[in-house]
Design a protein around this ligand. Structure first.
Ligand SMILES: Nc1ncnc2c1ncn2[C@@H]1O[C@H](COP(=O)(O)OP(=O)(O)O)[C@@H](O)[C@H]1O
Ligand SMILES: [Mg+2]
Length: 414
């Protein structure tokens, strides 16, 4: 490396309205970007300048995320990366799990640098794989995109998921593997208990919460009594609609981002997280976007949602074709055209999610879990229950639908 190596780093972002504070913040980050540039200069000598600008939505987990464009001499266009700034512990943790993912070739090789004094780390991923990229969430909520294209994106990404069993990791008691979802800061079990103890004003909710609690106790003691353990698979761990990117012009080109939750555990999780996102988050966001006559309310009757969930439970991992689903919902009272359109979009996506889950769980049960005697459907619904329980305190999920879902799924697990 030459002694005069000093690319120009620019942030198209203000960290604070106060100029001095802004300079302090950006100086910390620039010194980390310089460390990254030194590492990358080995691959691409003659780095001239680096430009950072914020992504549409910065990370929710307290991280700051920027697109990073790196320019070299004699080339007009940049090489693109994403840079994530967060504290050192989080950076180290994400680096380590991203390395596992990169080894399995489900993510590009990450690069990190640290500033111990200010407790700040940078994690950089290259963005070479997908052009014209967009979050799956925005794509799904964009009604100019077809239902089939949404499903194709899921089909594409799920070909990469659940492919990496690893018997060099220890088996984990089933419930322990789901602790990372259940034992959250949002304390879903406590929340459930307070619903269960709530006054008679909320009778319906209290009843639901009591029944869900009972399901939880029953499932936990069944898993415990039978010593059910998990054969570890590499899982992304946080596969929701904002951590899946696709090419806006070709939704079969997909890629995962955000490897902070990647670990070895039960392979059903990744499918279930996406299913929960579709049912309890995206459907709720989608309905108001679908046009409807002014005289008709937006609201979907809870009974109808329960019947939708019931249909999904009854049919398990082998969901019928969409025409059969349409016939079924025609018979549900209180649903209007906009509900049908929304439910249909979600359902077409769920078909792909469950098809892919069935493939993986069939393999899982046959080769890696002949002892427990649980079927692929049971693995799926028990995992669904536990993950949904963990997410039930999140502000992004529709709270009542999530409770109805937990109740219905819990009922279906005998
Ligand atoms: N590799 C990437 N490619 C494109 N966009 C990305 C990438 N990584 C992050 N982003 C954008 O930044 C947002 C937040 O990044 P993410 O790594 O998911 O942070 P958090 O851990 O806070 O959720 C994402 O939702 C996405 O819009
Ligand atoms: Mg994320």
């Amino acid at each position: 490396m030459t002694a005069d190596f000093r690319p120009n780093v620019n942030f198209e972002y203000r960290f604070s309205r106060d100029i001095k504070e802004n300079d302090v913040e950006s100086t910390k980050m620039i010194s980390l970007v310089m460390k990254f540039a030194e590492i990358e200069n080995y691959n691409f000598p003659h780095i001239e300048s680096i430009l950072l600008y914020p992504v549409e939505r910065a990370g929710k987990s307290g991280s700051q995320v920027f697109y990073l464009d790196l320019y070299v001499k004699k080339v007009e266009y940049p090489r693109r990366y994403v840079a994530k700034f967060q504290d050192i512990t989080k950076t180290e943790k994400e680096l380590s799990s991203a390395r596992d993912a990169a080894f399995a070739q489900i993510c590009p090789k990450p690069c990190a640098a640290y500033d111990e004094i200010n407790n700040l780390g940078i994690l950089v991923y290259n963005l070479a794989k997908i052009h014209n990229h967009r979050e799956f969430r925005g794509f799904f909520l964009d009604l100019t995109k077809s239902d089939q294209d949404c499903a194709s994106a899921l089909k594409a990404i799920f070909q990469q998921v659940g492919r990496h069993p690893n018997n060099k990791e220890d088996r984990i008691p089933f419930l322990n593997d789901y602790r990372r979802y259940i034992d959250r800061r949002s304390a879903p079990l406590n929340r459930l208990n307070s619903f269960a103890n709530s006054s008679s004003e909320y009778n319906g909710i209290a009843d639901l919460a009591i029944s869900i609690n009972k399901h939880y106790e029953r499932i936990a003691s069944m898993l415990d009594k039978n010593n059910v353990s998990v054969f570890p698979y590499l899982v992304h761990g946080d596969l929701h609609a904002r951590n899946l990117m696709l090419n806006d012009g070709d939704p079969t080109q997909t890629e995962l981002i955000d490897f902070g939750w990647t670990h070895y555990g039960h392979p059903a999780k990744d499918f279930i997280l996406m299913e929960i996102t579709l049912k309890y988050m995206l459907l709720h966001e989608l309905l108001p976007k679908i046009s409807r006559p002014e005289s008709i309310g937006l609201h979907m009757p809870l009974m109808a949602f329960e019947q939708f969930e019931q249909f999904l439970c009854t049919n398990g991992l082998e969901l019928p074709e969409v025409v059969e689903f349409e016939k079924h919902i025609e018979g549900i009272d209180g649903l209007y055209e906009h509900h049908h359109i929304g439910l249909r979009r979600v359902y077409i996506s769920l078909i792909e999610v469950r098809k892919a889950a069935l493939n993986v769980l069939n393999e899982y049960c046959t080769h890696h879990d002949p002892e427990s005697g649980l079927s692929p459907n049971q693995h799926f619904f028990i995992s669904h229950f536990l993950v949904a329980l963990g997410l039930s305190g999140f502000s992004e999920v529709e709270p009542i639908w999530t409770l109805v879902g937990l109740h219905t799924v819990g009922n279906s697990i005998c």
